[in-house]
Design a protein around this ligand. Structure first.
Ligand code: NAP
Ligand code: ZN
Ligand code: ZN
Length: 347
């Protein structure tokens, strides 16, 4: 066992604060990683504040982890000490169900083990990446290129794969008119990927001040969703909408923007449900779908694509002591475009 320094939430209402806990020693197939950077995902806020229910405390959040390997188990085959490695939203799954066999462990029929706020197969709570070190089975660990700035790579482990996966699944590319709703951590990665795949990309945002950034990120158009006239003018315009909105909103407002046979994929997870009007779907044979992160194989494919095409997240690096303030800024939509914790600030 190793004592690890971290930042944790003790309950749903008090600020995150320094904490330490014991990490297990490495098993035969495990890798021990000294964490260098960890991204701050809006899912961290939802879970820290128990907005989805069932939160386990104390909670060490963080599932956008990049670090350097300090130890490997005797049977580890694909990693060596000194390499960079990444860990995303889950660290285990049943490994034998059809989803796991199909490399879509995030949809495991039994239970994927979350990187934090979850329980491992022995029933112990899992602790995430706002911490100096993590131990993970190599099967659930990603290779990270030395070519890219690693603080910008960390958010790829969740924000990156969560947007890459649906764009790939729905074969988005040249000839598609895509709208990305919400320009935050997920949204800005969606813009980068959709533009890189050749789509015509529009950002739909509540923040007029993000217009120039949206264009710099690769979007071709920008519209403010608070303006009813603009929303009216966009009706029926998009083949594909990726919604990353983290807070309460009406799906109907966006479904109307889809063209015939268009699809809206929801990746944002507001705590409360939205009503969906049947007419908004049947009128133009529209589809409403959802998507959850991505499997390990596809996450590696995404990381390799980013290394090849020089894609990273636009980040604001913070000390761990600034994380509570970062949460407040994210809740105001004031993030450009991902906070990433420099884990050296915890040591
Ligand atoms: P984020 O960085 O805080 O960005 C969310 C953006 O949504 C904001 O920047 C804002 O963009 C927009 N927004 C916020 N409140 C809104 C409202 N009331 N109406 C319209 N737009 C609003 O969050 P994130 O880390 O990208 O995460 C987004 C959501 O995805 C969260 O719910 C998170 O839990 C979820 N998530 C899901 C998955 C998955 O696998 N499906 C994975 C990771 C995260 P503008 O300023 O541009 O309007
Ligand atoms: Zn996340
Ligand atoms: Zn499974």
């Amino acid at each position: 066992m190793t004592i690890v320094n971290a930042y944790a939430a003790q309950n749903a209402t008090t600020p995150l604060a320094p904490f330490n806990f014991e990490r297990r020693d490495i098993g035969n197939n495990d890798i021990q990683i000294e964490i260098l950077y960890c991204g701050v995902c809006h899912s961290d806020i939802h879970q820290v504040r128990n907005e989805w229910g069932g939160s386990i405390y104390p909670m060490v959040p963080g599932h956008e982890i990049v670090g350097r390997i300090t130890k490997i188990g005797d049977e580890v085959k694909n990693f060596t000490v000194g390499q960079l490695a990444g860990v995303g939203c889950f660290i285990d799954s049943c490994r034998v169900c059809p989803s796991c066999v199909a490399n879509e462990e995030q949809y495991c029929d039994v239970a994927m083990v979350g990187t934090y706020n979850s329980r491992d197969k022995a029933g112990n709570p899992t602790y995430g990446g706002y911490a100096t070190q993590i131990v993970v089975d190599e099967k659930y660990t990603l290779h990270v290129s030395e070519k890219l700035p690693i603080e910008g790579v960390a958010p790829l482990l969740c924000a990156g794969i969560t947007t890459y996966s649906p764009l790939r699944h729905w074969n988005i590319g040249k000839g598609h008119k895509v709208a990305v709703v919400g320009l935050g951590g997920l949204g800005h990665m969606a813009v980068k990927f959709a533009a890189s795949f050749g789509a015509d990309v529009t950002v739909l945002s509540t923040s007029k001040s993000k217009e120039q950034d949206a264009l710099n990120l690769g979007a071709h158009h920008f519209a403010v969703t608070k303006d009813p006239e603009t929303m009216k003018s966009l009706q029926g315009k998009f083949d594909f909408i990726l919604s990353t909105i983290s807070a309460q909103h009406e799906y109907n407002d966006y479904l109307n923007l889809l063209t015939l046979n268009g699809t809206m994929v929801v990746v944002g997870v507001p705590p409360h449900p939205s009503l969906v009007g049947a007419f908004n779907l049947i009128g133009k044979r529209r589809s409403l779908a959802g998507s959850l992160i991505g499997g390990i194989k596809e996450t590696q494919e995404m990381l390799d694509y980013c290394a090849e095409h020089n894609i990273v997240s636009d980040v604001e690096v913070i000390n761990a002591s600034e994380v509570n303030e970062a949460y407040e800024r994210m809740l105001k939509g004031d993030v450009r475009y991902r906070f990433v914790i420099d884990i050296a600030s915890i040591k």
